[in-house]
Design a protein around this ligand. Sequence first.
Ligand SMILES: *Cc1c(COP(=O)(O)O)cnc(C)c1O
Length: 328
Amino acid sequence: MTGDAFSHEAFSYEAVVDAHERIAGVISRTPVLTSTTADERVGARLHFKCENFQRMGAFKFRGAYNALAQFTPEQRRRGVVAFSSGNHAQGVALAARLLGIPAVIVMPLDAPTIKLEATRGYGAEVVLYDRATEDREAIGQRLAAERGLTLIPPYDHPHVMAGQGTAAKELFEEVGPLDALLVPLGGGGLLSGCATVARALHPGCRVIGVEPEAGNDGQQSFRSGRIVHIGLPATIADGAQTQHLGRHTFPVILERVDDVVTVSDRQLVEAMAFFASRMKMLVEPTGCLGAAAAFSGQLDLRGLRVGVMVSGGNIDLERFGSLIQGAR
Ligand SMILES: *Cc1c(COP(=O)(O)O)cnc(C)c1O
């Protein structure tokens, strides 16, 4: 299922089941937490799937490991290259280290320090680029061609999508049927994987992607039926600053997702504060998209059983502090 042979009908729940078998021994089976305060606020029963507790701090490790574990011996020897604003970089770097594969990561100059340091800490070579003037995909492709590296994109790859879907599979295994599932949306790897699982296991579950208001290309694409490209969105949700959905993720989202909604940066900060003060956990802005949508009141969730993907927890403490401070 690579290249032009890919068809979204062929991206099935079975691919997620295969991925889960492949990665189960190395990922953390993250907890599903509840909060009475959150439930009272929304009038629903919320089940938070806490991927902020995943290895390297976000669900991205699932997809990265699933992709790298399927390399041929030749691909393993030559190495992997990835471009990412952060969490995919760390996911690939950690998976590569565990599998003994050399890794080169293309990261923006302004990536959060914690993400840069973690990526280097996993032993990867980091190549920096300027978001405003350079094209990371072009840099990644050039490195791949020059050094014979295999490029693993952050979301637009069937093995990555299947790996990300395992988070929803675990959630349903743990809590059973849900009426709605709220999933952060950047390039759509997580959403396409999770929607595929929901459709297969509980077709009645409404699957809703959540984007930052400033970067609503996914919503525009979902509503217009074609992939809409936007400029670099100005949002604190750095994991969802993608400028367009992928050619693999988009058809799956169009077919299997019920709606895409947006939340403001202010609502993200409020959710961050909620998670910290009420649930005692550190969640990065992008990781708060689903919860912020639930709290916003724009979805009628009253009386429903709702799954909320909490996608990651990688944020500098200083940045966390200043965002919380700024909201007061
Ligand atoms: C990458 C990322 C997302 C978005 O995932 P996509 O697969 O690109 O849609 C959401 N939250 C966090 C924490 C991420 O790192």
